[in-house]
Design a binder for this molecule. Sequence first.
Ligand SMILES: [Mn+2]
Length: 421
Amino acid sequence: MSDSSIADSALELTQSNDMTDSLMTKSSGDEHSSETGGRAGSSRASSSGNRLNDQKVKEFRQFLENHEGDRHLVVLQDFPDPDALSSAWGYRLIAQEYNITSEIVYAGTLSHQENIALVRLTGLPVKRWSQQMTKEKDLSAYDGCVLVDNQGTTTQLTPILERAKIPMLVVIDHHTSQGELNAEFIDLRSQTRATATIFVQYLKAGLLKLDNSESEHIKCATALMHGLRSDTNHLMQAQEEDFVAAGYLSRFYDSQLLNSVLQASRSKRVMDVIERSLRNRTLQNNFSIAGVGYLRYDDRDAIPQAADFLVTEENVHTAVVYGIVHDEDEELELVIGSLRTSKITLDPDEFIKEAFGHDANGRFFGGGRAMAGGFEIPMGFLSGFNENNEYTRIKWEVFDAQIKQKLIPLVDPEDGMIHTS
Ligand SMILES: [Mn+2]
């Protein structure tokens, strides 16, 4: 895995402003107020929001018509989440209407049990392409690539596709802009909570008529419902457009199927990491901080799950869980961490950027969005497995102490002391 691969943490980083901005202030859900207020045009935001969607639908339709018969590669972030997976499926079904075939791929891991369940139970057509496999493929078979719920900065496949000169055709995303993009069709809506919401708007506008008698439509609608729920914290941070989208999906989705996806049980290894986080946690000023030691690359998603769990403890408003993740294939090690908070005045993005700063290239080690954040710190020269247990233990202790040292000034600004317990 290349160091350009950033996952959950960086994903959270990129979502920085869109959710926090509107959490406590007027939300951009007002975009549709004219619909409910009955005074069409009374709100500039409302008409411009609808106009944007109408305009984008028109552009997208034109794009699809121009590309009839194409073969597209839909590239997801390395650790695809339900929003990405379901939106990519939406793309595939819409594109099919224009005789465009698309393959949905990701290079990392499907590591959260809910994501695995989503893919298995709905038969979501996604494939893992490792970096190696991708290098060996004949990419010239594809007319172009499509980025959904990402802008190419969270997938290891970007440099390979660039080298193979596969044109970037489409970017549909709700993260804040990651820099200049060159694609034929771009729909970036940083005020929108979920890419799934954008796709539902495309469906509603008629790019594909969902049909209750088509089982693939029902399954895709179910996946989109899961996607938009999971990017809005179970609709708790949803805006009007997300509720409208969910309302539309409610005509098609299979609630029992969604329930089975949500019931996915945790693996024993995830339980073990949660157990370690409980045992190792230190409580200070309503923060709960836990280092969980080493874990396998495939289990990295246990870290945010442990943070989700620790933040539920009485008198805790913020939990930070981190560990050293080693990727056996790539002989690479990273410190990966997650933050969860219920404290409305704590901005995870600011907190993480301030705690860990950035690398030599000015790139932050992490960031966040409302209530959640993450970080990913490459271990560089110290990376790599060592047979010697004592060495491994010391290495962990050093990183553990270093992370705590970075966190403590923020957890307890009065207390400049270094705590390493
Ligand atoms: Mn998303």
